[in-house]
Design a protein around this ligand. Structure first.
Ligand SMILES: NC(=O)c1ccc[n+]([C@@H]2O[C@H](COP(=O)([O-])OP(=O)(O)OC[C@H]3O[C@@H](n4cnc5c(N)ncnc54)[C@H](OP(=O)(O)O)[C@@H]3O)[C@@H](O)[C@H]2O)c1
Length: 335
């Protein structure tokens, strides 16, 4: 088991990669009371130095290995694009570091199994950065359902359409960079359905490919026996409201956009509507609960978070592997 990190000092974060999400989440890390961005590494030293200056990191590196070997880093946040998650997570794990790995945790379930097994074997904490699962409104919905507020849950609807025009150099369409709607966006609706309905018995998938061969628009129907439980849709190309709903026998819960980071919850029953506003409004970008969950786990000496369990992350990737195969997407060099 990892040695618990004492309450008396902040958790020191090392940011691996200095791209878009690294920048956004680093701002939120520094907003929490128990965490601090300590170091950053990018493939170019000047880029890392600029990032360090912006986020107040004490050290910056022009290579990833130096970061994972930094003795004053407690947890490495892997923020590279998904084809590199496996390699960079293993680099950190082999250096004995806890890891938070951006979503999707790896390109496929096989790689995810390898990474989580390596972390567990090395006795270090690991987690996919599936922030939706730590969102307070999503957790409130779980509690409402446990309390019987909408009866038996029988359906989930969730969509994520980003509306990015086709551009072969855009990460979303670039196969060599893990491009495609399912892995980049569809992982959210899949995680949501898995959370509220569990493992489907069958997944029926239809979709279209972009000119690069990445999945452009995909619809999944998750079957539970002969019951069509979840309707999930994702598109790199098409704009969508990005709403979600959980449907029960006595009512339903709807989420205000964006469904992957809800900004409000409405409970609908025969008694009327109950609105819950966004508790995170006006305070960062919505990643603080995820950061605080990592902190909680590190202070408790855990190997995995009970909220974002390895087995669930792997099972969701297995479903996405199948959906991707159904629409005919193959990544170059995929193992
Ligand atoms: N949780 C969320 O809300 C959220 C939002 C957006 C994206 N993401 C996820 O975060 C990851 C990164 O997305 P992003 O939007 O931040 O991408 P990005 O801006 O393109 O940054 C990706 C980083 O990957 C690094 N990288 C290392 N090797 C690379 C290679 N051979 N080719 C290309 N890049 C390489 C680069 O790091 P250097 O700085 O070292 O050059 C780059 O800064 C993706 O897996 C994505 O799914 C999550």
């Amino acid at each position: 088991m990892p040695t618990p990190i004492a309450d008396g000092r902040p958790i020191r974060w090392g940011i691996l990669g200095a791209g878009g999400i690294a920048d956004t989440v680093s701002g939120d890390i520094n907003l929490t009371s128990g965490n601090v961005v300590t170091a950053v590494a990018a493939r170019h030293a000047d880029r890392a130095a600029r990032f360090a200056a912006k986020h107040g990191a004490a050290r910056s590196y022009g290579d990833y290995r130096s970061l994972v070997n930094d003795d004053e880093v407690d947890v490495v946040y892997v923020t590279t694009t998904h084809p590199y998650h496996r390699e960079h997570a293993l680099l950190a794990i082999e250096a004995g570091k806890a890891v938070l790995i951006e979503k999707p945790v790896c390109l496929n379930a096989r790689d995810a199994r390898e990474v989580f097994a390596a972390a567990t074997e090395a006795g270090v904490f690991s987690m996919e950065a599936m922030w939706t699962r730590t969102n307070p409104l999503v957790r409130q919905a779980q509690q409402l359902i446990a309390d019987g507020a909408i009866g038996e849950v029988r359906g989930v609807r969730n969509e994520f359409g980003l509306g990015r025009a086709f551009d072969p150099k855009n990460r979303l369409y670039e196969l060599a960079n893990g491009g495609g709607a399912l892995l980049d966006l569809g992982v959210y609706p899949a995680t949501f359905a898995f959370l509220f309905l569990g493992q489907p018995d069958e997944v029926r998938t239809v979709g279209t490919l972009s000119p690069t061969g990445s999945d452009e628009t995909v619809a999944m129907q998750w079957m539970y026996g002969d019951h069509p439980g979840a309707q999930l849709w994702t598109s790199a190309l098409i704009h969508a409201p990005n709403e979600a709903a959980i449907l029960g026998t006595k009512g339903w819960i709807s989420f205000l956009p964006e469904a992957y980071r809800p900004t409000g919850l409405i409970l609908h029953t025969d008694a009327g509507e109950v609105h819950t506003p966004d508790p995170l409004a006006g305070n960062g970008r919505g990643y603080q609960p995820e950061i605080e969950e990592v902190e909680r786990c590190l202070r408790a000496g855990l190997l995995e978070s009970p909220l974002i369990q390895h087995a669930d992350t792997i099972a969701i990737l297995e479903i996405l592997d199948g959906a991707r195969a159904a629409v005919g997407v193959v990544y170059p060099g995929e193992r």
